[in-house]
Design a binder for this molecule. Structure first.
Ligand code: XMP
Length: 515
């Protein structure tokens, strides 16, 4: 299998390089610059891409590309910081420039290069690229020539065609460089000679082989939440190690209507996976009694979840490994250098701390993938469309959709409203256009009139957003007809709600969930 190694210098968009390379049908892995030397020798890639990063090559002690990569004779593409360090290390130079360039710039292609194959622009017209730099190359190493320039970056694209080493100041991996994906494909296919035959089926086979190699005859335990990531991990592990896997599904009492039945039905009955189903709703509800602070709610749920999971893991005789559906965006945060610890907006719920407590190692077979790639893998593994295409659902569940205190009564009301709302969304064929849609039960009662009587009931807020990764989001522009139909149905069908509002806040400044 052809592989590309991506050396991460800490750019916020390194993961997009991986994405584009995989979209071109080539397998790739990202490693932080400080472990790249070792990874390079172990991986035998066909080419290397050096990512951008926040540092300045002009400062001492900033990261450099490992020597074994530079002297390997393999094709190399340096992007932004990657281009600068490449130049500095190969004998050229880099200057700190006053003319910084952020955002859109126009690239004037100056020479025929395999990197630009199939891209218009050689005829003198310019193509749009996306820049984000202060430093820039000002002196080329021997053997290099300029193949593209922009107004503030005379060395915007450079090449040593003989050694197949390329450098670009702009970011080909972002969508604001419309021809960038083609350039990366040119690099992997035309320059590096990769066949482009990598697919999700190939990933699945490799993941299964890797799991078997890691786990051996060990026992693995996997927390199933009913979400896409853990579902895919469970089925993948089951294919790899069969009976060595036990899944644990903890019903926190904060699940949506019918959720537990669906999860148990699919995994235990359909896939025949060993599954422990623990109904811990009373325990969770008891611990949350009287608690209204969002962070405290999250911490109680996270902590209780771990306790229950640990109990169940012990009850099945323990395990050597804990499987988790960690995704690529979760991984990249831990290798990026964002200039300091980031502020905790919400404490996310996961089984953190458990592996150490129980002396288990982690198995994270989808840590290279993005959400939509996990979905594609799920399809490959035969998970039903209804599971694979599911909207994300947060670990703390409905608890963070009931601002303030949680009671059994409120949970029941919310479940019913949520079911009606999603039923309408599905009936209108809108489900797949939306990243996430759910109802929120506000701790506010308002006066209404139904029939000839006064009502004094809760307010239900509806939320629906579009997003690509959950990091930023826009509210979904439902038609007024749709909103009034849902509102009427909820008020008619759900006792306890007499008013419905629609949340039109984007993220930022809002978050997707209400707590
Ligand atoms: P926010 O509300 O932070 O949510 O904009 C972004 C995405 O993350 C989900 N979310 C969670 N997922 N555990 C999870 O597994 C959590 O504690 C959690 N909190 C929020 C949220 O549903 C959205 O998709």
């Amino acid at each position: 299998m052809d592989r590309i190694l991506i050396v991460d210098f800490g750019s916020q968009v390194t993961q997009l390089i991986a994405r584009r390379v995989r979209e071109s049908g080539v397998y790739c892995e990202i490693v932080p610059f400080n472990s790249a030397e070792k990874a390079f020798s172990e991986m035998s890639p066909k080419a290397v891409i050096l990512s951008g990063g926040p540092n300045s090559v002009a400062d001492i002690d900033t990261p450099r590309a490992p020597e074994n990569i530079l002297t390997s004779g393999l094709p190399i593409l340096g992007i932004c910081y990657g281009q600068q360090t490449l130049c500095a290390q190969l004998g050229g130079s880099v200057e700190q420039s006053d003319e910084r360039e952020f955002g859109r710039a126009m690239l004037d292609i100056k020479a025929n290069s395999p990197l630009f194959d199939g891209i218009d622009g050689i005829d003198g017209s310019e193509i749009q690229v996306w820049m984000s730099h202060g430093d820039r190359v000002n002196n080329l190493p021997d053997g290099f020539a300029i193949i593209g320039t922009s107004e503030n970056a005379p060395y915007a694209a450079i090449a040593d065609e003989t050694r197949k080493i390329y450098g670009v100041q702009f970011h080909p991996e972002v969508v604001h460089t419309p021809d960038g994906a083609k350039m990366l494909e040119n690099f992997t296919h035309k320059v590096a000679g990769c066949k482009g035959d990598w697919s999700m089926a190939a990933f699945r086979d490799k993941a299964i082989a890797d799991i078997r190699a890691q786990v051996g005859a060990g026992r693995v335990i996997c927390g199933l939440s009913g979400g896409v990531d853990s579902s895919v991990v469970a089925v993948l592990l089951h294919e790899a190690i069969g009976e060595q896997l036990t899944c644990v599904y903890v019903d926190t009492g904060m699940m949506r209507a019918g959720e537990s039945e669906q999860v148990v039905g699919l995994f235990r009955d359909h896939f025949n996976i060993k599954l422990v189903h623990r109904d811990a709703s009373d325990l969770f509800l008891g611990k949350l009694d009287g608690v209204s602070d969002p962070e405290q709610k999250r911490k109680i749920i996270g902590g209780t979840f771990i306790d229950v999971f640990e109990e169940e893991a012990k009850a099945v005789g323990g395990a050597d490994f804990l499987a988790q559906g960690t995704l690529y965006p979760d991984v990249i945060e831990s290798v990026s250098f964002t200039g300091g610890p980031s502020v905790t907006i919400k404490s996310h719920h996961n089984v953190g701390g458990l592996p150490e407590r129980m002396n288990m190692q982690l198995v994270e077979p989808v840590r290279e993938l993005f959400k939509d790639e996990v979905r594609a893998l799920g399809q490959e593994l035969g998970l039903p469309e209804t599971f694979v295409g599911r909207h994300p659902f947060p670990g703390p569940g409905l608890a963070i959709r009931i601002p303030g205190e949680i009671t059994g009564e409120k949970l029941e009301i919310l479940r019913k409203a949520d079911t009606v709302y999603l039923d309408e969304i599905r009936t209108q064929g809108l489900y797949d256009e939306i990243w996430q849609a759910f109802a929120v039960l506000l701790p506010v009662r308002t006066v209404g009139v139904m029939g000839d009587s006064r009502t004094y009931d809760y307010v239900c807020a509806l939320r629906a957003v579009t997003s690509t990764d959950g990091m930023t989001a826009d509210y979904y522009p439902f038609s007024h007809d749709f909103l009034s139909r849902v509102s009427t149905r909820i008020i008619n069908e759900v006792r306890g709600i007499n008013r419905v509002v629609y949340d039109i806040t984007s993220k930022p400044p809002g978050t997707i969930e209400w707590e």
